[in-house]
Design a protein around this ligand. Structure first.
Ligand SMILES: Cc1cc2nc3c(=O)[nH]c(=O)nc-3n(C[C@H](O)[C@H](O)[C@H](O)COP(=O)(O)OP(=O)(O)OC[C@H]3O[C@@H](n4cnc5c(N)ncnc54)[C@H](O)[C@@H]3O)c2cc1C
Length: 466
């Protein structure tokens, strides 16, 4: 019988498969996507958030465990499991040598709004190169991979994995790792989770899926129906405000608009609705999709003036440009008078300070609701630029509860041979919010833990535990 069945084909699945294989287990991976679309959301990634106590190859300064933990605590508002979070953080300090052994290469961060040179190691060639390197290594080590193999259901008996079912086939294994993403690609489920708002709109209908179309949440839904212990809220997710022209799926990072903290954001009534300078962009960008989703028509407009140009990574597709504010309003289809009033009120509320986008500076507004806490400078220098935004969902946080061995829980009891890694369990660490690069930290750490646990379980060495 097969030792370890890994369901999924992205980073978490590959880390689990490679680790289980290194431990001597026979491993089969089932990837829903065809080969050319393999790698899930992981193929869109660029970096991994890493703890380190001193400068390393591509990482500057130090990013100690406590600072990483405090960052996570802040963005999640305390909705995180400290033990599991710290486990992932510590693992991030030692996983890169292992990644290199499997062909992943790193490069320093690019400059721009993301301020990531100290905290995040960038993959040379991006997530696509990472995924390809792992697949090459998996093939070399003898991991069997099947594409276009979407698992439909799991046979679970008394909390123990028995077999997976797909298209009339039944695949039994001694242990199983589920690493098949969240349910972000499933528009019906998103619609159901977000429901209808007070304006009669179904907000999720306006969402774009930034990554793969294959994370339909089929296995997650099946496990929930079988009584798995769940974590997270179905409406919570990593959700970015992206270019409103983005395609429904796989727009990836080229649809990002990274100038929010350098200007203001208004809704279709030309009203501001949130503090654009609340914190550094890497700690805030993943909440703006949700903020836009709560606005009428699920649309927002990021507005900057010429002073911001060159201070952020320019969007791939140019926005609207105008020499005056009324002209910009007309180009964006915003009510002109209201827009000019919003900008004038904002400009009048900006207090003089020393602008520095690399620190939480003292350029802030006074007497304005909502305030802009940092980097507030009047929008007074033409040309002006505007980018229409819509919610871009990256991954959902509803998932299965796990412990420090990545064991899935049923009724408070840990399974002896069913493990989870990546997005499907990320909600244990991310109850809400996000900080850039932590998705790959969680997937890599728990992928490796799940792979090791599954190999051990297949050898009969890991018991179910309360
Ligand atoms: C545009 C974009 C940019 C991102 N950038 C970063 C970044 O720079 N750093 C970072 O940390 N995070 C980033 N993320 C988030 C990151 O992608 C995820 O946190 C991480 O990739 C999750 O890994 P995973 O293996 O759990 O999921 P995925 O990589 O999505 O893999 C899930 C896999 O499961 C397969 N699957 C789904 N259902 C089934 C089924 N029923 N049967 C079989 N297979 C199935 C899918 O085909 C897919 O291969 C980004 C995401 C996107 C969309």
């Amino acid at each position: 019988m097969l030792d370890v069945l890994v369901i999924g084909g992205g980073n978490a699945a590959l880390c689990a498969a490679l680790t289980a294989r290194e431990a001597g287990a026979s491993v089969l991976m089932l990837e829903a996507a065809p080969r050319e679309w393999r790698g899930g959301n992981s193929m869109h990634t660029r970096n991994l958030r890493c703890m380190h106590d001193a400068p390393q190859d591509v990482l500057t300064g130090a990013y100690p465990e406590e600072e990483f933990w405090q960052d996570l605590l802040k963005v999640t508002g305390g909705q995180t499991d400290e033990r599991l979070a710290r486990l992932a953080i510590r693992e991030s300090a030692r996983c890169r040598d292992w990644m290199r052994r499997h062909g992943v290469r790193f490069q320093p961060s690019l400059s721009g709004t993301l301020h990531l040179s100290r905290t995040n190691a960038f993959f040379m060639g991006g997530g696509k190169a990472l995924v390809n390197a792992y697949y090459r290594s998996a093939e070399r080590l003898g991991v069997a991979v099947r594409y276009e193999a979407p698992v439909e259901a799991l046979e679970v008996a008394d909390g123990a994995f028995v077999a997976a079912r797909l298209r009339g086939e039944r695949i039994a294994a001694r242990a199983c790792v589920v690493a098949c993403g969240g349910f972000e690609s499933n528009l019906d489920w998103l619609r159901e989770a977000w429901g209808r708002n007070e304006r009669g709109e179904w907000p999720a209908e306006r969402f774009a899926i930034r990554g793969t179309r294959y994370n339909m949440g089929v296995v997650l839904r099946d496990l929930l129906a079988q009584g798995v212990d769940a974590v997270g809220d179905p409406t919570q997710s990593h959700c970015v405000a992206i270019d409103a022209r983005a395609p429904r799926y796989d727009g990836g990072i080229c649809t990002r608009v990274d100038c929010v903290s350098l200007g203001i954001v208004v809704n279709r009534d030309a009203q501001r609705f949130y503090d654009e300078g609340e914190d550094f962009w890497p700690k805030r960008y993943a909440i703006w999709g949700r903020l836009v989703a709560l606005q009428p028509g699920q649309v927002g407009y990021s507005i900057i003036d010429a002073k911001a140009v060159g201070r952020f990574m320019p969007p791939v597709f140019p926005g609207e440009q105008a020499d005056s504010l009324p002209q910009l309003a007309r180009r964006l289809g915003l009510p002109e008078a209201a827009f000019v009033r919003t900008v004038s009120d904002y400009n009048a509320a900006c207090r003089p300070g020393t602008f520095d986008h690399a620190v939480l500076d003292d350029c802030r507004t006074e007497g304005l609701i909502p305030p802009k806490s940092h980097w507030a400078r009047p929008l007074d220098t033409p040309p002006y630029f505007g980018y229409a935004l819509k919610p871009g969902i990256t991954f959902t946080y509803l998932g299965v509860k796990v412990d420090d061995r990545a064991r899935v829980h049923f009724g408070g009891r840990a399974s002896g041979n069913l493990f989870a890694a990546g997005e499907i369990m990320a909600g244990n660490v991310l109850g809400k919010g996000y900080t850039a690069g932590v998705g790959m930290t969680i997937g890599t750490a728990f992928g490796r833990i799940a792979g090791a646990s599954a190999a051990q379980a297949a050898r009969g060495g890991l018991d179910a535990a309360a």
